[in-house]
Design a protein around this ligand. Structure first.
Ligand SMILES: Cc1cc2nc3c(=O)[nH]c(=O)nc-3n(C[C@H](O)[C@H](O)[C@H](O)COP(=O)(O)O)c2cc1C
Ligand SMILES: [Fe+2]
Ligand SMILES: [Fe+2]
Length: 408
């Protein structure tokens, strides 16, 4: 990948994680990759905004791309650290060893993390104050604390003369970037659709828990005339940054409910008894013109289930009883959704048991604090009879009525 001009002497440096087996944050599959972007402002003083992760050949790649602007690591005078998560700061340790002069601008909360993660002494850093302006040649950088988008120490950097926001994790997405299509105006409508899906999954996996902070951050940045958004993952928005701002607002608001009039069904079955009602479940919902997304566990990835559940106003869980409790892989999904604060949903649960059951009780207990409106459940012993199918269908019709009312 080559260094790319964003505007004037502002450039993007970027790498894609292309390894299909790589799990982002150690858990999330990224079959379509993810980009990690840093930004360079070249001038009387050279500024780097965010670095890269210290994996694969990424530090070398960033070094080569700096070379494309006829600069080396030692030429950087100011390093802005918006966020200390290692996908943006992994290279910091080596970078600071090679460049002993660069002054670091970051939040006060980031300073102990510089030491802990990268062995960088506090006296190399200047703690910004919220809203502070730093003039660097023809550029005017303004720093805004944006705690918890994504870590407590996170901030964003805004170039005031050109109205460019360096947003780090905010407004980011999964998906590798094609070197010849790095701006929103260079993408086909299919590619826009692709990145929209990748942005939702990125949001659900990485940012979702912090949705109230995203809304606070959006209010805080609301007064800025943002013309370009340069995120640290994903494409640069220069034609219409309001597109990604609106997406993020919508995603953050899903947490307050209602999300979209859609249903995510997550199911599992050891011997097929729970599975026997699945077609009826799907058909009953579809007949009401409600889109249904179906996931089986184990098998389907939690990263995808989360994205779908985040967007759906309705959740349905199907699982049998296993040793007096929920079938374990489903228990994991139910727990993970709550960890990610998937909340304000209409919920239904069904499943087969062998003797006295236990899954329903376990489900009730483990979702006590979920913020889910548990509208109904249906259980049966062994294989479902026709009466079971009919009774459950009736309960699901009522579930759909409530969901339609909820999403009006
Ligand atoms: C390992 C294992 C543990 C089970 N534990 C229970 C249990 O604690 N209570 C119960 O009522 N049934 C239990 N069952 C019975 C299943 O819930 C029952 O066979 C059910 O029909 C399985 O649904 P499925 O065909 O959708 O997997 C257990 C079955 C297995 C294989
Ligand atoms: Fe992050
Ligand atoms: Fe990140």
């Amino acid at each position: 990948m080559h260094i790319k001009q964003v505007k004037d002497d502002i450039y993007r440096l970027s790498v894609n994680i292309e390894d299909k087996d790589y799990l982002f944050e150690g858990i999330w599959p990224i079959p379509h990759g993810i980009s990690i972007n840093g930004y360079l402002i070249k001038g009387e003083k050279n500024v780097m905004i965010d670095l890269t992760q210290d994996i694969f050949n990424f530090p070398q790649e960033f070094t080569n791309q700096l070379g494309g602007a006829t600069l080396s690591i030692e030429d950087i005078d100011i390093l802005v650290v918006n966020h200390m998560e290692p996908d943006h700061s992994g290279w910091l340790r080596e970078f600071c060893k090679k460049n002993s002069k660069a002054v670091i601008y970051c939040t006060k909360k980031a300073i102990p993390l510089l030491q802990a993660f990268a062995d960088v002494a506090a006296d190399r850093a200047i703690a910004i104050t919220d809203g502070q302006i730093l003039e660097v040649g023809d550029y005017e950088l303004q720093f805004f604390e944006t705690p918890n988008i994504h870590w407590p120490e996170t901030m964003m950097t805004y170039e005031r003369k050109r109205n460019i926001l360096f947003a780090c994790d905010a407004f980011g997405s999964y998906g590798s970037i094609d070197e010849n299509a790095i701006f929103d105006d260079q993408l086909s409508s299919e590619k826009h659709k692709f990145f929209e899906e990748e942005a939702l999954r990125y949001y659900a996996n990485i940012v979702a828990t912090f949705s109230p902070f995203v809304l606070k951050g959006l209010t805080k940045l609301g007064g800025l005339d943002i013309k370009v958004i340069c995120p640290s993952h994903g494409i640069i928005w220069r034609d219409d940054p309001s597109v990604i701002i609106e997406h993020y607002k919508r995603y953050a608001e899903y947490a307050k409910g209602p999300a979209e009039r859609e249903v995510t069904v997550v199911w599992s079955s050891m011997y097929g008894n729970t599975k026997q009602v699945l077609n009826m479940v799907i058909e009953t919902i579809r007949k009401r013109n409600i889109p249904v997304h179906v996931f089986q566990v184990p098998g389907d990835e939690i990263g995808y289930i989360l994205a779908s559940a985040w967007k759906s106003a309705g959740l349905i869980f199907g699982m049998p009883t296993y040793e007096y409790k929920m079938f374990p892989p489903m228990a994991h999904v139910v727990e993970e959704l709550q960890v990610k604060k998937v909340t304000n949903k209409k919920v239904f649960r069904f499943g087969s048991y062998g003797w006295v059951g236990g899954a329903q009780k376990d489900f009730e207990k483990k979702t006590e604090k979920s913020g889910w409106d548990k509208l109904g459940s249906y259980e049966w012993q062994g294989a479902p009879t026709e009466e079971d199918q009919a009774a459950m269908q009736k309960a699901l019709e009522e579930f759909c009525d409530a969901l339609i009312e909820f999403t009006k």
